[in-house]
Write a protein that binds this ligand. Structure first.
Ligand code: UD1
Length: 422
């Protein structure tokens, strides 16, 4: 199993390019299932999850051509309406094929995702939404089997008013995709407002869908007969952006992010400013400088536009070496403090009670062997390793490769002492 070895104590300096967003690329790739024409995507990040999604789509008959960060997906010859367990278990976002398949072909078999390190993560809202649109759904042998009864020889979903009792990002995306080809109007209420939902909506609109309200909590979709090919550039990754900014702040560095977007990072930039960083934004660049030990920052995760759950672990690394104590409340997933035990191995002082962590800043962390448990926990341990005195070895870094493109190369370019042990 691959590991990362980090010699801590080097402030990050310099410029780094931000890749396309994982959480936008994955649903947008699934949109290719909605059309028989080619979807041309650019700024597609080079990540394991993107490769897994491409393989899954290829298994279904989508033809894929990759050229660097360009990806062409042709859904003209889909012959297998199934997402098998061995793929869904490695990547939960695979469930995003369900809505498009049912909408275009009237049928799909998608493995139920199993357990997950950060929480139970059910998909009941995806299922209920499709049922409201007329799909008959049964769970058989661990698979979600969805079928739309034929009427007059056609199997078409019907528009519906769907209320989400919990805000769900992929739930909103799945049902928004399904509704594009349904008969009539679908209204998604209490929909997720995440920028990645908006990026998907923009791509679907470029493909001929009729969608309004994406980015607000009510999205209206008027079904159309078919979607066509389109070209779309994937938005920048706000979590990768935030991760590099926190790493620079924690190490007392000075960095510039290129090809990013500050307008979707408001709460993260605010918290970094509160921690003592100086931030300057110009067009698609963000510059951060930090000259002192960070100040502790309290935070509470919640759906966008509030503080993102995917940035909680990285800010915990920052708080471990901050000047006071911070209270961090996690409201979205029930088990998202897996990194706490590992941070303690580096000398961090953290108490957890339920969904709240109290982090008392210490002047210095010390390098040690630690283990990554999930994607953002891995990013937290990398940041902690960058600030710790001596060597930190992070095991199970395959989690990191799922969501961060070329992370060691990017960090090395910024002056970090980091290498992969194979
Ligand atoms: C997405 C992101 C993930 C991020 C999360 C929250 C992608 C590919 N992943 O995950 O990085 O951490 O949003 O911002 O975009 N829930 C239900 N029933 C459902 C669906 C969700 O109860 O059918 C619950 C979940 O257990 C969780 C909450 O809703 O407590 C929010 O989850 P959701 O927004 O669906 O997360 P994902 O879309 O899986």
């Amino acid at each position: 199993m691959q590991k990362l070895a980090i010699q801590g104590g080097f402030p990050l300096h310099g410029e780094v390019r931000i890749s396309g967003a994982k959480n936008a690329a994955l649903p947008i790739m699934c949109a290719s299932l909605l059309s028989a024409e080619t979807l041309q995507l650019s700024n597609v990040p080079d990540l394991h999850d993107v490769v897994t999604m491409r393989k899954l789509l290829q298994q279904m008959g989508v033809r894929a051509e990759v050229q660097g960060e360009h990806l062409a997906l042709d859904g003209g010859q889909i012959d297998k309406l199934e997402a098998p367990y061995d793929m869904v278990k490695t990547m939960r976002a695979s469930v995003l094929v369900l809505g498009p398949l049912v909408a275009r072909f009237g049928e799909a078999r998608v493995s139920l995702p199993g357990g997950c390190a950060i929480g139970s993560r059910p998909v009941d809202l995806h299922i209920k939404g499709l049922q409201a649109m007329g799909a008959q759904i049964s769970i058989e042998h661990g698979y979600i089997h969805a079928q739309v009864p034929a009427q007059g020889g056609v199997k078409k979903l019907k528009g519906a008013r769907i209320f989400f009792d919990i805000v769900s990002v992929t739930g909103t995306e799945n049902l928004m995709m399904a509704a594009t080809l349904a008969e009539g109007v679908t209204v998604l209420e209490n929909a997720a407002r995440e920028p990645e939902v908006v990026d998907l909506a923009m791509c679907l609109i470029e493909m001929g869908a009729n969608i309004s309200g994406a980015g607000s909590d009510t999205i209206t979709i008027v079904g159309v007969d078919k979607l066509h090919g389109a070209e779309h550039r994937i938005m920048p990754d706000r979590i990768e952006s935030g991760t590099f900014l926190v790493a620079a702040a924690a190490t007392g560095g000075s960095i510039t992010l290129r090809d990013t977007r500050a307008d979707i990072l408001d709460t993260v930039l605010e918290k970094l400013t509160e921690a003592g960083a100086t931030i300057r934004v110009e067009a698609d660049t963000i510059h951060l400088e930090m000259h002192a030990r960070p100040k502790s920052v309290n935070l509470r995760t919640a759906p966008y536009p509030a503080f993102p759950t995917d940035m909680q672990a990285q800010f915990m690394a920052l708080n471990t070496i901050a000047t006071e104590s911070a209270m961090m409340v996690q409201t979205i997933f029930e088990n998202r403090f897996m990194h706490v035990q590992e941070l303690r191995r580096l000398g961090a002082q953290i108490e957890v009670e339920g969904n709240t962590a109290m982090v008392r800043g210490v002047p210095q962390l010390e390098g040690a062997a630690v283990m990554a448990t999930d994607l953002r926990a891995s990013a937290c341990l990398v940041i902690a390793g960058l600030v710790a005195q001596g060597e930190t070895i992070i095991d199970r870094i395959y989690h990191l490769d799922r969501g961060y493109a070329h992370i060691e190369a990017k960090l090395t370019q910024l002056g970090a002492n980091i290498r992969r042990l194979k």
